[in-house]
Design a protein around this ligand. Structure first.
Ligand SMILES: *Cc1c(COP(=O)(O)O)cnc(C)c1O
Length: 378
């Protein structure tokens, strides 16, 4: 089936008892068993919940994977993936990642003996050099947050597989509408469903999508053993969100491109980071690898004072962390999402005091541009 059809139907069978078109919220902790030693496939709700199962099946289908497992947050999804490893194992990760992922790796997982090397994954030679015999995972984000650098997933997958490692892609910034890493060779795709997948800024969640029965079984075991499951209500919200994923993303994409063009021609903007602009260093790769360029744009205003003046004056665009919602959100990575990244790394990556990130929503683009214009003029 086509992507839009899958958004609405994949995994979402009408409920068998009543025929309810929308999979109900099964708000229960346990299930009655008809007799000792016999049950209907549902024993306890950490392990099995029909609402969560439907959402997991839908997400697996959209990413063209085999199994999906949903978690209480994007971070718990990431944490669970790394529990596949053991002390002494080595991971290669992008040097410009979501700040929370870097915090999890450096402040939590290293304590348990996992080793991390951070490289610019857009440079395949650097990735190649970082492999060790004990490398188990190559962990990618593309585009990166907030610098919007693109990594060649297919090339990385080929390299990692030759070295006996898995490729894990955090696809949060794209959603499967814009990019499907599994089709490019990734072994595991994960998301913060909090962002584009749910899309309405009203739920926190995560998902891990796997490509083999063995990996699916291992993640399922960890989901149950560790227990950071997505609640029935949040599962339902995510399912409701993805029904409109294709139409939302199309509009996000149009607005994102229009906003990037506006910013690129503005005298007060020093630089725009958006893979859809022809001067982006990996524009050709982005064209090949993605089905559009998305709605997240970073731009440089030159100083903290300029950024603060601008951010204090926007009205329609809400100042806040997060991205991927129907409403336009604007943020200051250096002091907000990336405050936990060490200063020297931030500086090297270009996460400067003057950098602003915007996640363009699906409002009327004229209103969004008028809001920014007003903030620039003041
Ligand atoms: C938000 C985000 C996360 C973390 O997800 P939560 O749902 O906030 O726990 C991970 N990766 C990326 C790219 C994100 O944007």
């Amino acid at each position: 089936m086509g992507f839009s059809t899958d958004c609405i139907h994949a995994g979402q069978e009408p409920e068998p008892t009543t025929g309810a078109v929308s999979v109900p919220i099964f708000q229960t902790s346990t299930y009655v068993q008809p007799e000792l030693g016999r049950h209907k496939g549902f024993e306890y709700a950490r392990t099995q919940n029909p609402t969560r199962f439907a959402t997991e099946a839908a997400l697996a289908a959209l990413e063209r994977g085999k199994h999906g497992h949903c978690f209480a947050s994007g971070m718990s999804a990431i944490d669970t993936v790394f529990r596949l490893l053991k002390s002494g194992d080595h991971v290669i990760a992008g040097e410009n990642m979501y700040g929370g992922s870097y915090r999890l790796f450096s402040k939590v997982l290293e304590k348990f003996g996992l080793q991390f090397t951070y490289v610019d994954t857009s440079k395949i030679e650097e990735v190649k050099k970082a492999f060790r015999p004990e490398t188990k995972i190559l962990y990618l984000e593309t585009p990166t947050n907030p610098m919007m650098t693109i990594t060649d997933i297919a090339m990385c997958a080929e390299l990692a597989h030759a070295k006996g490692a898995m490729v894990v892609v955090d696809n949060t910034f794209c959603s499967p509408y814009l990019q499907r890493p599994i089709e490019l060779g990734a072994d595991i795709v994960l998301h913060s469903t909090t962002k584009f997948l749910n899309g309405h800024s009203d739920s926190v969640g995560g998902v891990v999508i796997t490509t083999t029965d063995e990996l699916g079984q291992q993640i399922g075991f960890l989901q149950n053993a560790v227990g950071a499951i997505l609640s029935p209500f949040d599962s339902w919200l995510v399912m409701r969100g993805i029904k409109t994923l294709a139409v939302r993303m199309k509009r996000h994409e149009e607005n994102g491109q229009a906003m990037a063009n506006y910013l690129a021609h503005h005298a007060k903007v020093k630089k725009v980071y958006y893979p859809g602009l022809p001067d982006h260093p990996q524009h050709e790769l982005a064209k090949r690898q993605m089905n559009g360029f998305g709605a997240v744009i970073s731009f440089e205003l030159g100083s903290y004072e300029n950024a603060k003046k601008f951010l204090d004056r926007v009205k329609l665009c809400s100042l806040g962390e997060s991205l991927g919602g129907v409403e336009t959100l604007i943020s200051h990575p250096e002091s907000m999402t990336h405050a936990s990244v060490p200063l020297d790394t931030r500086t090297r990556l270009g996460i400067t005091p003057g950098l602003v990130r915007i996640s363009v929503g699906i409002e009327d683009i004229e209103d969004l541009i008028a809001d920014l214009e007003n903030a620039f003029e003041a």
